[in-house]
Design a protein around this ligand. Structure first.
Ligand code: NAP
Length: 462
């Protein structure tokens, strides 16, 4: 088999597993390569593409979703196919892909959540924020969840942008939410919400918060919402003061927090309270439901590498709360038959080249990109540079190793059809997309999402 793949007669066949931003940016970077011609199949376990752009980005942030225009253009390239509703490890296995593609790129993201590891974490009413996000965005796996919003106070644990998103969605007026593409079930539940106060707990100080300036500032501009920042939380130790001098985002966050703390309460109906140097140490419940959070005051301790970590002072308080959203980060999950670094929750890799373990040998022909490659950090655009790196690695390997023998298997669509998989093409998605937008028009909303896979397949006549 000496034929050189990568010509228009024999394109290099590449499977991308995961149709989120990392998968699409990878396809885009591959299409730009001039050394070879490739044909790309992008698989996703959902019938809908775009991953967290559809299921993660907050409904009241429509401008962030505009990136789908770029992805649509990539998917419209004749050498790209989208194959949705196909679960890796079930409807197609790693072996199926290895026998049909020269290269596989895993772009599956980080669908699970990190744990707090404190007593009471699994009481009813305590949820990972990631589940709440997926629920209000209409992710089919989460559409059936029921969040009890009948309490007056919710606690959000964490100081990242997801924590800001969920806090904001909890206090935004339902009139505002009704103009977004929030899932109908979430809109109905939030309309009946009795939550008046959301307390956000940061285990470290304001200088170490992970949220970004625009997101923090937006909290202070919400209609009918006061933001309270406790003055004493803004006292800085010398190392934190030094952080502000070297980190522009942290410095600006601090200025915004100062402005917030100086603002008098307007007596608004709802409020957000931002607390720092405070950790939950136990969720306390009655009859299996969370009723309050035991919090502990922290101090910062600077380690030998300069990292400032939170250390409990022993000073504890009880805070009544009927809903707790743990927003302490996403976590990757292992894929069947693919190496996994359990400690980091990623596929072990070197600049995107999959290895058989952390620091191990390369696994030929397999690559990783996005959150499953680097962990759950960065914004959507971060994945563009990340994809460029993985594609660079893939191209370097190709130059050194060649593409290897032509994969013996036939077209994957034949395999899927033979297995009775009701897979969804990009044309199908465009149909769904148009239908969702039409359903939204009548209500003055960008779209009304289908939230059940069966409904999506029924609309498509599958
Ligand atoms: P994140 O930015 O990593 O924030 C996680 C937060 O959880 C940090 O404040 C962290 O504190 C805290 N935390 C971790 N373990 C904890 C524990 N045991 N107890 C208390 N607090 C704990 O993660 P994220 O908010 O899930 O966001 C993921 C990525 O998506 C981020 O890069 C984010 O910027 C991005 N994102 C962007 C947007 C946007 O652009 N609008 C929206 C959503 C998400 P420490 O710092 O002390 O570890």
């Amino acid at each position: 088999m000496s034929e050189r793949p990568g010509t228009s007669e024999r394109p290099l066949r590449i499977a991308i597993v995961g149709a989120g931003p990392a998968g699409f940016f990878t396809a885009g970077a591959l299409l730009k390569e001039t050394d070879f011609v490739c044909s790309i199949d992008i698989f996703d376990r959902l019938p809908t593409p775009y991953g967290l752009v559809r299921d993660g980005v907050a409904p009241d942030h429509p401008s962030i979703k505009k990136v789908t225009g770029k992805f649509e253009k990539i998917a419209s390239d004749p050498s790209v196919r989208f194959l949705g509703n196909v679960t890796f490890g079930e409807e197609v296995t790693r072996d199926d892909l290895k026998s049909r593609y020269h290269r596989i790129v895993y772009a599956v993201g980080a669908p699970a959540d990190r744990r707090l590891g404190i007593p009471g974490e699994d009481l009813a009413g305590s949820w990972p924020a990631t589940a709440f996000v997926a629920w209000y965005n209409g992710h089919p796996d989460f559409a059936g969840l029921e969040f009890d919003l009948s309490c007056e106070r919710a606690v959000v644990v964490g100081n990242g942008n997801v924590a800001v998103d969920v806090a904001r969605i909890l206090v935004r007026s339902s009139e505002e939410l009704a103009r977004t593409d929030i899932a109908d079930h979430a809109l109905a539940a939030l309309r009946g919400s009795r939550i008046r106060e959301v307390v956000m707990l940061g285990r470290r100080g304001p200088a170490q918060a992970k949220f970004t300036n625009v997101e923090l500032k937006e909290l202070g501009k919400l209609e009918g919402v006061d933001v309270e920042v406790v003055d004493s939380d803004l006292m800085l130790d010398a190392d934190s003061a030094a952080v502000l001098k070297s980190n522009r985002t942290a410095e600006r966050n601090y200025e915004i927090l100062r402005e917030m703390s100086a603002r008098p309460s307007s007596g608004a109906e709802r409020r957000i309270v931002l607390r720092f140097l405070t950790s939950p140490v136990e969720l306390v419940g009655e009859e299996g439901r969370v009723t309050c959070v035991r919090t502990e005051r922290n101090r910062l301790v600077t380690g030998p590498n300069g990292y400032q970590s939170a250390e409990g002072t022993g000073e504890c308080r009880l805070l009544d709360a009927g809903l707790v959203l743990r927003s302490v980060g996403y976590r990757g999950l292992p894929l069947p038959d693919v190496p996994f670094d359990d400690a980091r929750g990623v596929i072990p890799n070197l600049a995107g080249r999959v290895t058989d373990g952390p620091g191990g040998d390369p696994v030929p022909g397999e690559y990783a990109v996005g959150w499953i490659k680097r962990g759950p950090t960065g914004i959507i655009g971060t994945n563009k540079a990340d994809a460029a790196e993985t594609v660079r690695t893939l191209v370097e390997d190709l130059r050194v190793e060649g593409a290897g023998p032509a994969p013996p298997g036939g077209d994957v669509e034949e395999l899927l059809a033979a297995r009775g998989v009701r897979y969804v093409t990009f044309g199908d998605w465009i149909n769904l997309d148009e239908q969702e937008k039409r359903n939204g028009e009548a209500e003055g909303r960008p779209r009304v999402k289908f939230v059940r896979v069966d409904d999506m397949l029924r609309v498509l006549g599958k």
